[in-house]
Design a protein. Sequence first.
Lengths: 215, 257
Amino acid sequence: MFDVSPLWVSLRASLLATAIEFVAGLLCAHKAMGLTGKRAWLLDTILTLPMVLPPTVTGFFLLVLFGRNGPIGKLTGTTVIFSWQATVLSATVVAFPLMYRAAKGAMKQVDPDHIWAARTLGFSERRILWKILVPEAWPGIAAGAALAFARSLGEFGATMMVAGNIPGRTQTIPMAIYFSTVGGDMRTAWIWVGVITLVSAASLALMSRLSKGDA
Amino acid sequence: MKKMVMVGVAIFLCMALAAQGQTESAGEPVEILISAAASLTDCMNELKSAYTAAHPLVTVKANYGSSGALQQQIEQGAPADIFFSAGAKQMQALKDKGLMDDATIQDLLENKLVLIVPKGTTPIASLQDLANAGVKRIAVGDPKSVPAGQYADEAFRSLGLLDAVKDKLVYAKDVREVLSWVETGNVQAGLVYETDAKISPNVTITAVAPEGSHKKVIYPVGVLKDSKHPDVAKDFLSFLFSESSKEVFAKYGFTVI
């Protein structure tokens, strides 16, 4: 019987990851816009690093931080390693830079006069973010979210290291593809390759639709 | 822009010429590629250097992975000369597909499947104890592609433990990943080969899988039919069967058949 569980594991991981990236990406992008000089550069580098690092390096950092003997693992007395939450964690970290950079780029394009006008009306910075920046930069932000979703869906390297391969719990579609290929089950591999190609293409189509007029 | 393209072309040409010069000037250097099971990583690295020291014109490259992954790569046309598998199944599959030079295939090594725990944690005395509620996560190789996982699966089945441990299993993509998950303490136990366990100072062997609970762990090796340098590959194979290589295998804990 064909096991469809990788689809649910993958969707759960990438939808939750995209939701987290969305909020965190906006907040971080907003914060980064207010910074200048060295601090802006430092924040930008740290937040963008997972985009260019090999996923195995990101996976290594996560394993060391969140593992049973890692600082966060020790602090909380529990570990997310090899749980379904770990699939969300790795997908979030790896795809976060895409959301963050897209949001920052789009919000920088917003007419500064609007922001200054809001400030003279006594808006708080947080309120400016939600009432001015996000609505005005929406096409770019939504496109970033679609791209981040597609990246989360495709995450393999870091996820393999921190979530392991537990069919029905942490085995995502990319993992199912890897293990059915090396296990000689090409039929299963083809099905999942088809599914992920379709969903990824759909996310990209959605992205270009959302960013129409913006790019 | 134009300038950059020119510079790019120039660099490319230099590299191409350099590569050309290399193959022409150094006599007849030969490179062979060995696809070897992940559990052979350390001893093969040592044997490779020993061989190339005696044969300066030969470069030996190794590609390590789970035997299932290596088998697939070879089926898809990976330019390997020698396949050194940790399982008879993967070698048989390549033989059946007509990709091996059948006459060269021989069983070379035997290994043992052992239960390991992170150093300094409570030892788990037997495979049966893995069923205890205190054991939450056990790492094994993916049974479909990793021979060590296949043997572990057989052992669980024959000992009647599969139902009790099924929900605790985390499947790794090769046996070295099992080892690293145990080393970092992220699983409480794992099943690896004795040779893997021995190279790690951070794990303790607490039990050996009972004799007869799984098929014998045999490592067959052979030359591929499509090898570009079958003579060199065969020579390397006879080197693997030599007395000096046997000593190296034995040092890493393998039993030479």
